[in-house]
Design a protein around this ligand. Structure first.
Ligand code: PXL
Length: 272
């Protein structure tokens, strides 16, 4: 039986990110994807303007019907939530809808390049720092790791800085800590801290930086991890997938990385 994952993030009508990425990727990797859309946006917030409909008021009714139907999930993938009040609802979701051994994967998804995304503030960061204590795996980038730990952001860094961030995050969660987008000597990859051990996964650093690649990474990672692959293998598969998407996308493309061809080329059914 396919694993059933609930992904909780926004639905942006235009611009590949969040649910428009998670759904096709999870399905292609053989994971049954259920969704909890937290907000409906006209487009992602890297465009010059956007509309935002908060779907929080509907969530309690959705939970009510899920309880009546007896739904349970094997895993949860959280990305861009948009509002700190959603953190309590996320915890309620873990409490009420976890099947035995369900895994919680949280991509904090609130910033990049040393800055918060539009609409986020310190209160959101604090609420996320509290929510990640529930995670089995967290996937912050360097910016998010810096905000979550309060360790000042650095554009240029070495492994000593990354390890400081890893240890700082490990004080906030007993789950595995994976810092994404770690650059070193012309390579990019992930720093993994789990069970007291640190491990690095690296791949070629490509010149383009595209919107939504973190969401693609998280979806491929989640599929691999839920299907039983080790953390490092799930990271390597996700990093390789993202690199292939970037190679297919014009550097100036603003809509997110083009993952469709890469998905179509994917061999086999399940990620492992
Ligand atoms: O990729 C993260 C993300 C998700 N959802 C929305 C966003 C962003 C990043 O800016 O704007 C709506």
């Amino acid at each position: 039986m396919a694993k059933r994952i609930l992904t909780m993030q926004d639905l942006s009508c235009v611009g590949q990110c969040s649910l428009t990425v998670a759904l096709p990727v999870l399905s292609a990797y053989g994971v049954e994807a259920a969704v909890l859309p937290t907000a409906l946006l006209s487009n992602h917030t890297m465009f010059k303007t956007w509309s935002y409909l908060d779907l929080t008021p509907e969530i309690e009714s959705i939970y009510g019907k899920w309880r009546e139907n007896g739904f349970l999930f094997d895993g949860f993938l959280l990305g861009y939530l948009g509002k700190s009040s959603l953190m309590d609802l996320a915890e309620k979701c873990f409490d009420d809808f976890s099947d035995e051994g369900a895994k919680i994967i949280i991509d904090p998804a609130f910033g990049d390049n040393g800055k918060l995304y539009g609409g986020f503030d310190g209160e959101y960061v604090k609420a996320m720092a509290n929510l990640i204590r529930r995670a089995d795996v967290i996937l912050p980038n360097i910016t998010e790791a810096s905000y979550l730990t309060g360790i000042p952001y650095r554009e240029n860094y070495g492994r000593d800085y990354v390890e400081k961030l890893l240890k700082g995050l490990a004080r906030l969660t007993s789950g595995a800590v994976i810092i994404t987008g770690v650059e070193e000597n012309g390579m990019i990859g992930e720093a993994i801290y789990a069970g007291g051990e640190t491990e690095y996964v690296t791949a070629e650093l490509l010149p383009a930086r595209l919107h939504g690649t973190g969401d693609i990474f998280a979806a491929v990672f989640a599929a691999g991890y839920l299907n039983g692959a080790p953390l490092s293998e799930s990271c390597a598969a996700a990093g390789d997938f993202v690199a292939r998407c970037i190679k297919r996308t014009e550097p100036s493309h603003f809509y997110g990385a083009c993952f469709e061809d890469v998905l179509a080329e994917k061999e086999g059914g399940n990620a492992q």
